[in-house]
Structure formats: C-alpha cells, structure tokens
Write a protein that binds this ligand. Structure first.
Ligand code: DGT
Ligand code: MG
Ligand code: MG
Ligand code: MG
Ligand code: MG
Length: 253
C-alpha cells in the first residue's frame, strides 16, 4: 500500500517498552479524593462501601488482563502487579498504564450504584497512574510491604483521630494535639483508654487493605475448576502469604 506523505509523523513516536524480566507495577491513585470523599460524604475514617467499590473496579482490571497476578488496594489507591514475563502490549508502558487506568476508572463509575444505591455520583472521579519496574522478587515484596505498612500507619492514626472526635467530643485541633508525636503503641493505648476501642478488633479490610489473588476453585456439580478473583485482607509483609501463594512469585509462564 502506498504511503501517504503524512506517514513520517509516526517516526516521532518513541519506544517505551518496560525492561525485560522486571515486575511491572501500575499504581493508580484517586485525584483530589480529599475533595471527592468529602463531596460524597464518605464515612470517616473508612467507608466500607467505597473500599468495596475500589475492589470491584480492581477485579474488573484482573478480569480483563490475566497477566495481572495480584493487586493491592487501600484508601484511594490500587497497585497492579504484572508477571515478570508478561508480553501484554509488547510491554509498552503507556499502553499498559493507560488501559489499566481506563478500565479501573470507568468501572468505578459503572459500579457506583451497585455500592451506593442511595448516593448520586456528583461529578466524574479520576485517577492518576504511574508505572514502576522492580528487578527482584525482594524489591516487589518490599514495595507491597511499603504500601501495607502505609495502610497500617494511616489507619491507626485516622481511627484514633476520629475516635477522639466522635467518642470523646474533641475538636480536630485537640485530637491532632493528643496524637502529635505519639508512636503506634501509644495510639493503641489512647484508642483503648479514651475510646474503649481495641484496634485489633477493627475490620481487617481497614487494617490490612485488600489483596486480590486468583484462586482455583471446584465448580459443582461438574467438578470443573475455574479461576476466581478473591479479595483477602491478610498480612502480605511476612512470609506465610508468599508461601501459600507461591505460584505468584514462581510462575514460569
Ligand atoms: P492527590 O492524590 O494528590 O490528587 O490528592 P488526594 O486528595 O487524593 O490525597 P491522597 O491520595 O493522599 O489521600 C486520599 C484522600 O482520600 C484523603 O483525603 C482521605 C480520603 N479517603 C480515602 N478513603 C477514604 C474513606 O474511606 N473515607 C473517607 N472519609 N475518606 C477517604
Ligand atoms: Mg497522590
Ligand atoms: Mg489521591
Ligand atoms: Mg492516596
Ligand atoms: Mg485502536
């Protein structure tokens, strides 16, 4: 086929293929969700329905892209892990990142009513995205540990902060003062003594965030097996999760 004189513009495109043999992590984060969560009156410090909507949207990404072997979400963010040897879009960064962000964002709107039957979506939410490459399994685990440690630090603070306000009647400033400079054990103690809350009894989805994994399950009555996407609210910093789901790190294909 004859080329048009305009064809040359293609040469301005550049290669953005992710380095071979690296874990590809795509992290999305809600844009200005401070405003979005307040306009939509999300419950404080955690809105369970909002977290479940995030999880449903992330599952939509995993349904579409089998090469996403694990996802981890908390607050207004979600990380998607693509297996080391994925050939998705020839590993082109912009394609992978934009497709994941688009599926996630449109799903968030599409499923809004399923989770918030009584709340109208007031304006279109949006998410930013970045891609990070990790060359070793340890780097990948450290990345996920970093995100889960962040969940813990923020949730403990927020639970204590809103506990002091809602149960002790403190003002925002007073609550901030009480918590300023405290370490984790002190926040736990303040929560217990001042608010009668044992932090360990808070829902795991709040304390641990959500890990989405694929599980092979038996389907009765035919006994055929099928992969389903399962939300877990477990520790992913220690070894036991990685031993139980050893195929995530060891998968050869
Ligand atoms: P950004 O990411 O730089 O565009 O700005 P933000 O405002 O999205 O900031 P970010 O991502 O650091 O913090 C997330 C915000 O979303 C933060 O203000 C807390 C809020 N948020 C997240 N989950 C919940 C929730 O379950 N309930 C409530 N009330 N707020 C939440
Ligand atoms: Mg941000
Ligand atoms: Mg945000
Ligand atoms: Mg965030
Ligand atoms: Mg096209």
């Amino acid at each position: 086929m004859a080329k048009s004189k305009y064809e040359y513009v293609r040469s301005f495109e550049f290669e953005d293929r992710c380095l071979q043999n690296c874990w590809i992590v795509v992290r999305l984060d809600g844009r200005s969700f401070h405003r979005f969560t307040s306009s939509h009156k999300f419950e404080k410090p955690n809105d369970k329905r909002a977290l479940e909507l995030m999880n449903r949207s992330a599952a939509a990404v995993m349904e579409e892209f089998r090469d996403v072997s694990l996802a981890y979400g908390q607050s207004d963010e979600y990380s998607f892990i693509l297996r080391k040897n994925t050939d998705l879009y020839n590993r082109r960064q912009s394609k992978i990142m934009s497709a994941i962000n688009s599926i996630f964002s449109s799903s968030y709107v599409y499923y809004w009513n399923t989770y918030f039957e009584d709340k109208k979506l007031l304006y279109p939410p949006s998410f930013d995205a970045r891609i990070v490459l990790y060359p070793t399994d340890q780097n990948l685990r450290d990345y996920l540990s970093w995100r889960q440690a962040d969940t813990h630090i923020n949730n403990l603070y927020n639970t204590a902060f809103w506990g002091l306000i809602s149960m002790k009647g403190l003002s925002n400033n007073e609550a901030e003062k009480v918590l300023s400079g405290t370490v984790s054990s002190e926040k736990n103690e303040i929560l217990f003594k001042e608010c009668g809350t044992n932090y360990n009894n808070e829902l795991p989805i709040y304390r641990k965030g959500t890990v989405l994994v694929r599980k092979l399950v038996n389907l009765p009555p035919s006994k055929s097996k099928k992969h389903v996407i399962c939300p877990l609210h477990v520790d992913i910093i220690g070894d036991s999760f990685w031993e139980e789901y050893n195929e995530i790190l060891n998968s050869k294909d």
